[in-house]
Design a protein around this ligand. Sequence first.
Ligand SMILES: [Zn+2]
Length: 175
Amino acid sequence: MRPAVDIEVDDGTGVWTTDGLPMVYIPRHFMLGIHDSVERALGRERYRDVLTESGAGSAYFWCKQQAAARGLDGVAVFEHYLARLSTRGWGQFTLEDAAFARGTATIRLVNSIYVLGRSAEAEHPVCYMFEGFIVGGLTYLAEDKGLGFSSITCREVQCQALGDAACRFEASLNP
Ligand SMILES: [Zn+2]
């Protein structure tokens, strides 16, 4: 099957765009090689904090831009975000439990790049890059829906790299 995302290539500059945003197309091993090197250099907890902050910022920007371009509300744009991550090859994301008004959401993921691209056995969940993505998407959703919150947190609580049937992320919108 062919990719489900449209890619435009600028005649003059060669820049790729999807949904009006410049994109890059890189080998998975390159992406994971950088990821593992930075994790070793910073330590996993510090790297996770850095990734969460930058990933959340990028996801929030993307959701805000897409909501305006497509006329989507916060919930629809979050679902659109998960669908786009899936069609862009990061893994297959599903919104499993969406009790936003109660302040919780659960996201299921299978075939994560961090699981498929791993040669060594994992001792902890390995897809924490996506925690920040989910935080950013939910931050936009919570603002759009007027849900009061002081912070949003997300943790990968199951991972296919540990033998679980799926990766699972639990997010909380903290009052
Ligand atoms: Zn995982």
